[in-house]
Design a binder for this molecule. Structure first.
Ligand code: ATP
Ligand code: MG
Length: 647
């Protein structure tokens, strides 16, 4: 009988980078790993040297665990690096942002045009008295004014706090309060699935709840009627009318705060993660260039929302600091039809596409006919981020979207890390479906046990980062003690604790299993929910599965599975038996779910991650915890009913 912990490591499929890809890849020499490891400060400072600085740094790193400072003495501005830097080059009239709205309207901003908008809005903010260090909350959907606002804030040294446009007024209010912002940027309304979302009304509710907001700047997006509160509310386009297109950039210290961003809240109350200017920019610049193998002529598309860290780092700061063309869209993947994304890939001849496992599983469920409608031959590289990707989903993505020719980069990182930390380098790394492979050069990761000892290859434990990296968070906004306690206290002050469980194999590849809370202990065996889920989705009837460990008086914990079936299949006691049997065969009889609950939906955060702690509460008959970050709170109640009726 295979030990349960080893099931994923039994994955034997291997994918070498195709020769045509390698021939043109930016990074081909595997020796980069050794070089970066031997002199990691030198490695990062070479990337820093490719950016524009007002003043060069004196020292690369000062490390007083757990406090790091990077590029000490260096002065720079992030907007200068994302915009101005390209204006004296042939990129001046290159598309910086290609934007498509849900009704089909489009906007293309060249670097020159982006520069003008950013400078004008920087002047607007200054005219409203916004100064270096003031936090500005941005509550916008995916429209060009979102990155323009962020870069304008960066230009004048005012840290931005972008709150995902789909969050509720309550969630927005608590983030406004926590950040102490006086300025809120929002819009009248926007489109999602053919509906007009009244954003301004929700912003008003939040501003009322939180107090402290003195000015609300309103972008006209949808043209819906909105009440404007005199003295407080101002139209973006009116403010911009008279604004000059030149605004001197603030000379920021490398360690000055660039922005704050709240975590997704998958495990609990969101934390205001603080990122600084120099280190963050160097980290996202370097990883965008190497992980996505960016070439000058590429059209790059990360389909995330800028309201998450993925969008900050890999729609805005990473691609723009590299002078890339970055695509952004308003709407959702299934509107007007389930081929929206593939239509856009074809229309813009997208070369690099980066999305999340939750989206990929959704595409699988919808079926191959949607991508098949479009010519996806422009794609040459695919990426994944946000959750562990089940090997079946990986292989589907590779075959159906990538046409079997595109390498996949499964990138592990967090809001806190700011940049991609564990990932293939697409011109070098042989990939294994389900593994994020190896730490990015210069990054040191390990799998440790309870006592901080490395587990031998083949084993599982806690993921850990053993060395500071430039884009690391510097603190939790207003709560440095929590920073120390949450991330740097599991073993010692020098070892970062991400809170994820992982394994590593004989080749030194990492297999991230998800959050530590999602690893269960059944009769003394460590089982990962993700592995059981991967076994379940191998069954032809299963579209998506979420497994949790529920408390059991004898066994400690038992696996309970919540399963969404593909259309055309119905739940039945026979199918339940079949699925239990499948898990027993693929993993081990120990992993056999105690119960399989069929459900039309799963509780997910607004970033699309399954909230397993709620499922655990349901299975254990407990009060449900905080549900404010849920996209579909009604599902929790429905599931609770399904669960009890099934018992
Ligand atoms: P919170 O910390 O508030 O509970 P969150 O952890 O979901 O929310 P994020 O920072 O958006 O907030 O997500 C980071 C987490 O996402 C990682 O810790 C990991 O659990 C998961 N993750 C991201 N990328 C991957 C990946 N490629 N493979 C496996 N897990 C991943
Ligand atoms: Mg987290």
């Amino acid at each position: 009988m295979a030990k349960p912990i080893e099931a994923l490591l039994d994955e034997r499929r291997r994918y070498r980078p195709p020769e045509e890809f390698v021939a043109r890849a930016n990074v081909r020499d595997p020796d980069v790993y050794r070089q970066a490891d031997e002199d990691f400060e030198g490695f990062w400072s070479r990337f820093a040297g490719e950016l524009d600085w007002f003043r060069k740094w004196d020292r690369v790193l000062e490390w007083n665990p757990p406090d790091a400072r990077w590029f000490i003495g260096g002065k720079l501005n992030a907007s200068v690096n994302c915009v101005d830097r390209h204006l004296a080059t042939p990129r001046k009239n290159k598309a910086a942002i290609i934007w498509e709205g849900e009704p089909g309207d489009t906007r293309v901003l060249t670097y020159q045009e982006l520069s003008r908008e950013v400078n004008r809005f920087a002047n607007v903010l200054r005219s409203l008295g916004v100064k270096k260090g003031d936090r500005v909350t941005i509550y916008l959907p995916m429209i060009p004014e979102l990155p323009i606002s962020m870069l304008a804030c960066a230009r004048i040294g005012a840290p931005h706090s972008v709150v995902f446009g789909g969050f509720s007024p309550t969630a927005l209010a608590s983030r406004i309060e926590d950040s102490g912002s006086r300025i809120l940027i929002t819009c009248d309304g926007y489109y999602r699935r053919g509906e007009l979302i009244p954003q301004k009304a929700r912003a008003d509710e939040a501003a009322q709840k939180s107090g402290g907001i003195e000015k609300v700047i309103v972008v006209r997006r949808a043209g819906n009627d909105v009440p404007m509160q005199p003295g407080r509310d101002l139209w973006w386009h009116e403010l911009m009318e008279g604004a000059r297109g030149v605004a001197a950039p603030e000379e920021m210290d490398a360690e000055d705060m660039l922005f704050m961003m709240y975590t997704s809240g998958t495990t609990g109350k969101p934390k205001g993660v603080v990122h600084t200017t120099g280190g963050y920019l160097v980290g996202v610049y370097a990883t965008t260039k190497w992980v996505f193998d960016l070439h000058e002529e590429d059209t790059y598309w990360c389909s995330a929302d800028i309201g998450w860290i993925t969008g900050h780092s890999y729609i805005v700061y990473g691609p723009l600091s590299n002078g890339a063309t970055t695509v952004m869209y308003e709407g959702s993947p299934d509107w007007p039809d389930k081929d929206r994304l593939w239509q856009m890939v074809e229309r813009y001849r997208v070369n690099i596409f980066y999305t999340a496992p939750t989206a990929i599983r959704q595409f699988m469920q919808w079926g191959e006919q949607y991508p098949a409608r479009h010519d996806l031959s422009s794609l040459r590289l695919l990426g994944s981020v946000g959750e562990p990707i089940n090997p079946e989903a990986w292989v589907w993505y590779h075959r159906v979207i990538g046409g079997g020719r595109c390498p996949i980069v499964d990138t592990w990182w967090q809001t806190e890390t700011g940049m991609i930390m564990i990932t293939p380098l697409p011109g070098i790394t042989e990939t294994k479906p389900g593994s994020a492979t190896r730490p990015f050069p210069g990054v040191r990761a390990a799998v440790l046990d309870e006592n901080g000892q490395p587990v031998p290859p083949g084993g599982g434990g806690y993921l850990a980062l053993l060395r500071p990296w430039p884009a690391m968070l510097r603190t939790i906004w207003g709560d440095h003690d929590r920073y120390v306690a949450q991330y740097w206290s599991r073993w010692n002050r020098e070892t970062y604790y991400p809170g994820d469980g992982a394994k590593w194999d004989e080749d030194g590849y990492f297999w991230v299993l998800g959050r530590v809370d999602d690893v269960m202990n059944v009769a003394g065996h460590r089982l990962s929910t993700m592995e059981i889920e991967s076994a379940l989705v191998e069954h032809p009837a299963v579209a998506e599965a979420a497994v949790i460990g529920a408390l059991h008086p004898i066994k400690g914990q038992v696996p309970v599975a919540f399963v969404i079936l593909k259309s055309g299949h119905a739940g039945s006691p026979a199918l339940e038996q079949e699925l239990k049997q499948k898990v027993a065969e693929v993993i081990s009889p120990i992993a056999r779910p105690d119960r399989v609950v069929f459900t039309p939906d799963l509780p997910k955060t607004r970033s699309g991650k399954i909230m397993r702690r709620l499922l655990r509460d349901i299975a254990e008959g407990k009060e449900l915890g905080d549900v404010t970050t849920l996209r579909n709170p009604e599902v929790a109640e429905e599931l609770r009913m399904a669960f009890t009726s099934h018992a």
